[in-house]
Write a protein that binds this ligand. Structure first.
Ligand code: E4P
Length: 217
């Protein structure tokens, strides 16, 4: 499973990229607003840092507007993926971009039928929002499983990008459910490496090693 980081904070992206843990980046208008920076500058900076796909979301609500904005965003760098909302207009724009060889991420997906439509429109990625479904007491992971089954039934190439991931457990479950990618907040990515027994074991090994008085170099 690929790991994307879900943030517009350059310092976090740089840190995770340096660990070799990043396959790509997703942003959304809320994350850009939180950064307080110019959208296109942020996208250009991220694209220069990270080799993998970087999702940049359109703001227009009609297909012609989305096509104009998405074309502009795609011109920023070759690794920009145009992020489009899962509406009929968004699907129309998705069809346009897939016909022109521009990668897309269809976002705000909350049902299997929406995911089916995105695949039929040629989306590169579909983003089912797991956490936001959990928030309204619907099991978000069931949606990932349903989409996996449907895409496999028909051989759709659209990749399932598990989004709105809130915990390490979400990452584990998304991997078990067959998501191709998870987009994860920076803090959650870091918790994936943590285990109390790792810390305890390392402490003991370090103590025992020091007692030998040896050095490796
Ligand atoms: C995905 O592309 C979205 O940016 C993101 O995962 C939304 O997460 P949230 O529901 O925690 O805001």
């Amino acid at each position: 499973m690929q790991f994307f980081v879900d943030t517009a904070v350059i310092a976090d992206i740089r840190e995770l990229n340096d660990y070799g843990l990043l396959d790509g980046v997703t942003t959304n208008p809320s994350l850009i607003a939180k950064s307080g920076r110019d959208f296109k500058d942020v996208i250009a900076e991220i694209c220069a840092l990270v080799e993998g796909p970087v999702s940049a979301e359109v703001a227009a609500l009609d297909a012609p507007g989305m096509i104009a904005e998405g074309t502009h965003l795609a011109g920023i760098a070759p690794n920009v993926v145009v992020k489009l909302p899962l509406t009929l207009e968004g699907l129309k724009a998705c069809r346009h971009f897939s016909a022109h060889g521009i990668r897309t991420n269809v976002t705000l997906c909350f049902s299997a039928n929406q995911a089916l439509l995105a695949a039929k429109a040629g989306a590169t990625y579909i983003s089912p929002f797991v956490g936001r479904l959990d928030d309204i007491n619907i099991d978000g992971m069931d949606l990932i499983r349903d989409i996996r089954q449907i895409y496999d039934n028909y051989g759709f190439g659209t990749q399932i990008l598990a989004a709105s991931i809130r915990s390490a457990n979400h990452v584990r479950e998304a991997a078990l459910a067959g998501a191709d990618v998870a987009t994860i907040p920076p803090a959650v990515i870091k918790t994936l490496a943590q285990h109390v027994l790792t810390d305890k074991g390392l402490e003991q090994f370090s103590k025992d090693w020091a007692a030998t008085g040896q050095s490796i170099l």
